[in-house]
Design a protein around this ligand. Structure first.
Ligand code: NAD
Ligand code: WQD
Length: 354
């Protein structure tokens, strides 16, 4: 079992991964500035992991702070080491992720995503912690030439968010090449993470109007929004709507656990893996699955295509199976059932309850 630093651990993917890592027996220290999350998510993770007050202090420590604060990182690594609980590895979720916002605010995206990652890596290096799982994204593939998309497909980001992720991947390659026997790194390229923990206690809670299909559709089903706009009905797909590879967030969390186990057990390496299901679903297939799971109607209208969208994005997940023995266990119906359990129990997200 390891002692792990989880940056951005209060966020959507981070909170679910914290739970899975606690259940796997790891001890966690979460660093988050809560710019897009709330400490309440971690209180719920602690309750789901059945940690009492005493074990919670030891097994799930939470520190408010920014990954760009180099002195703060030094203090964090030193304090952990001097308490006899040195950090063995880092799972790095902290970052900004909204594509449209990245087009409007490229400086902020490069600052948090690239400068923040560089600062974290610098601190890790200085403190001799050289094992990292990094949240990368299928957004790197831009408009893919072939689907399913293998990891060898060309990297062609089409927005500042994607460029910032590609830059971090490049930095990780350069770092690994500079000290090949030292760094253990996994770049995990997520496809479309959705759903929630089946308890309905933790889930996705975007600020303001959601940009993405699942949270928008859930808010329509629960009555917070009137109707869903389906972006394009004339794509070259079976029903004319866009096709994506939706991955249950618990499957994704388990992928992180598997990647960590692999890095900790094997010699130093840099792994780059797609985390997806290998199955595509169209927007209308998703809407109908969600209607079945929720028993609610999701009114929608088909409108013009959204700028920057691809027709079909589906992972080739073979490499993750081969290297980690990991594949998704949950399908679209599980995703919709668990996503609806969360939305129905928390119609206004975490702000619903104290
Ligand atoms: P999220 O916004 O829910 O979580 C990110 C967390 O990082 C939040 O808790 C936020 O408060 C924290 N954070 C942001 N800036 C920080 C900073 N400077 N210092 C410390 N903490 C900071 O997002 P998520 O969906 O959980 O995504 C996690 C990671 O996965 C991100 O790096 C994202 O780019 C990547 N990713 C997400 C998706 C997706 O569709 N959700 C897909 C591919 C990759
Ligand atoms: C899915 C499908 C839309 C909203 C995004 C990021 C990507 C990655 C994952 C971080 C598409 C359609 C959507 C709506 C719709 N994130 N849609 N109406 O764009 O595949 O991926 O999240 O790394 O970088 O770009 O996800 O959920 O926005 O869209 O019709 O209101 O749903 O056109 O076909 P996307 P999404």
């Amino acid at each position: 079992m390891a002692r792990l630093l989880i940056t951005g651990g209060a966020g959507f993917i981070g909170s679910h991964t914290c739970l899975v890592l606690l259940q796997a027996g790891h001890d966690l220290l979460v660093l988050d500035n809560f710019s897009n999350s709330t400490p309440l998510a971690l209180e719920r993770v602690s309750a789901l992991a059945k940690l009492d007050v005493q074990s919670s202090q030891a097994r799930l420590q939470v520190r408010r702070g920014d990954i760009r604060d180099r002195a703060g990182l030094d203090d964090l690594f030193s304090t952990a080491a001097s308490a006899g609980a040195a950090i063995d590895a880092v799972v790095h979720f902290a970052g900004l992720k909204a594509v449209g916002e990245s087009v409007r605010e490229p400086l902020r995206y490069w600052d948090v995503n690239l400068t923040g990652s560089r600062c974290l890596l610098d601190a890790m290096n200085a403190h001799g912690c050289r094992t990292l799982v990094f949240s990368s994204s299928a957004t790197l593939y831009g408009y893919p030439k072939d689907v399913p998309i293998p990891e060898t497909a060309s990297i062609q980001p089409i927005n500042p968010y994607g460029h910032s992720k590609a830059a971090v991947e490049q930095l990780l390659h350069d770092l690994a090449a500079s000290a090949p026997n030292q760094w253990r790194i996994a770049c995990l390229r997520y496809f479309n993470p959705v759903g929630a923990h089946p308890s309905g206690k933790i889930g996705e809670d975007p600020l303001g109007t959601p940009n993405n299909l699942f949270p928008f559709m859930s808010q329509v089903a629960v009555g917070r929004r009137k109707s869903l706009q389906v972006f394009g009905g004339d794509w070259p797909t079976s029903d004319g709507t866009g096709v994506r590879d939706y991955i249950h967030v618990i499957d994704l969390a388990e992928g992180h656990s598997a990647a960590l186990n692999c890095l900790l057990a094997e010699p130093a390496q840099l792994l780059t893996l797609n985390l997806g299901s290998g199955q595509g679903a169209s927007v209308l297939e998703v809407v109908h699955a969600f209607e079945r799971a929720s028993g609610r109607q999701v009114p929608y209208e088909v409108v013009a295509r959204r700028d920057g969208d691809a027709a079909i994005t589906v992972a080739d997940p073979a490499m993750a199976l081969q290297r980690l023995g990991w594949k998704t266990q949950r399908g679209l119906d599980d995703i919709c059932r668990d996503g609806w359990t969360w939305q129905a129990a928390n119609p206004a997200g975490y702000s619903d309850q104290g």
